[in-house]
Design a binder for this molecule. Structure first.
Ligand SMILES: Nc1ncnc2c1ncn2[C@@H]1O[C@H](COP(=O)(O)OP(=O)(O)OP(=O)(O)O)[C@@H](O)[C@H]1O
Length: 262
C-alpha cells in the first residue's frame, strides 16, 4: 500500500535546515507496549548523529519509526510527526522513503547469503532501475569505498566475515542513491579494528559524498568519536543531547553502557 506523503509541512521554516526532524514521536507495539515516548530529534544535512542507549532503550524503534518499518512489527506511531526534507513522512511506506533517498541498514546486517557480494549490492539499486552503464559506475563508486568488496565480489555473501557483511549491507544502501542512511548497531559483534574501519568509511561518506547518518549504537565510545551530535535514550525517552564531545565528557552518561566499552 502506497501512502500519499506530499503534505506541506506547516513548520517548514523552523526545520528548513534539518534533513530529518522528529516531533514528539510515540510508538506502541501490539496496542499495549509503549516503546518510545515524546521523541524529538533532528539530523542536519551532512552530519552523523548517534542514538546511544542500552539494550531495549528504544533506539531501533526510533529508526524503524523513521523508515516506515513499525507497522511490519505490529507497532503503530500513535503520536507526533516525522519530516524528511521538509515533507511529512510519518505514514510513508519503506518503499516511498527509499525512493526519496532515506535508507535503513537493519541490525544484524541481513545480507542475502546465497547471493554473491555483487548481486547483494545490485539489489540495492532495484527501486531505481538505472541503466547498465550507470549501474556499473555506481558499483565502482561503492567499490572505491570498500575495495575489499571488489576482491570478494564473486563470493557468496554468506561465506564472508561479519565485518564484510556489514560493508555489503552499507554498500547495498549506497546503491539506492541515499541522502540519509539509518544504521542500526553497525558495531554489533565485530572486532574493534573492524568497527573502526566501518566507522571510518561512514566518516568518509559523510565528508566526500555529503551523506547524513543517524546511527543507533550501544558502543558509545566509538560512536561519539565519529558523531557530530548525540542523543542518549533511556526507557524510550531522550534523557540527554548535545554535541558529541559534550556528551562524551558528560558525567551523566551512565556506566551501564559506556563503562563496558571505555
Ligand atoms: N516488535 C516488538 N513487539 C513488542 N515489543 C517490542 C518490539 N520491538 C521492540 N519492542 C520493545 O520495545 C522496547 C524498545 O526496543 P528497541 O528494540 O527499540 O530497543 P533498542 O534500544 O534498539 O535495543 P536493542 O539494542 O536491543 O535493539 C523494548 O522494551 C522492546 O522489548
Amino acid at each position: 500500500m502506497t501512502q500519499a506523503i506530499a503534505k506541506p509541512n506547516p513548520h517548514v521554516d523552523a526545520v528548513a535546515d534539518a534533513i530529518l526532524q522528529l516531533d514528539d514521536i510515540e510508538v506502541i507495539y501490539e496496542q499495549v507496549i509503549f516503546a518510545i515516548k515524546h521523541i524529538s530529534l533532528q539530523v542536519s544535512p551532512r552530519s552523523i548523529v548517534a542514538l546511544l542507549g542500552a539494550n531495549g532503550a528504544g533506539k531501533s524503534t526510533i529508526l524503524k519509526a523513521i523508515s516506515g518499518l513499525v507497522p511490519a512489527q505490529r507497532g503503530e506511531i500513535v503520536q507526533g510527526k516525522i519530516y524528511y526534507q521538509g515533507v511529512d513522512v510519518t505514514q510513508a511506506t519503506p518503499g516511498d522513503l527509499v525512493s526519496r533517498g532515506l535508507v535503513q541498514v537493519l541490525e544484524g546486517r541481513h545480507c542475502f547469503g546465497h547471493l554473491t557480494v555483487e548481486e547483494n549490492l545490485l539489489t540495492g539499486a532495484f527501486v531505481r532501475r538505472p541503466s547498465a552503464r550507470v549501474l556499473a559506475q555506481e558499483l565502482e563508486t561503492v567499490y572505491s569505498f570498500f575495495p575489499r568488496l571488489k576482491l570478494l565480489r564473486k563470493n557468496h555473501a554468506g561465506y564472508t566475515s561479519g565485518g564484510e557483511q556489514q560493508m555489503v549491507a552499507i554498500g547495498r544502501a549506497l546503491m539506492a542513491d541515499p541522502k540519509l542512511i539509518l544504521l542500526d548497531e553497525p558495531s554489533m559483534g565485530l572486532a574493534p579494528q573492524v568497527v573502526e574501519e566501518i566507522f571510518d568509511i561512514v566518516h568518509q561518506l559523510q565528508q566526500t559524498q555529503g551523506l547524513s547518518f543517524l546511527l543507533a549504537e550501544q558502543n558509545a565510545t566509538v560512536a561519539l568519536r565519529y558523531a557530530d551530535y548525540a542523543y542518549v535514550i533511556e526507557s524510550g525517552h531522550v534523557t540527554q543531547q548535545g554535541d558529541a564531545q559534550t556528551i562524551a565528557d558528560s558525567a551523566a552518561l551512565s556506566d551501564s553502557y559506556l563503562g563496558a566499552s571505555r
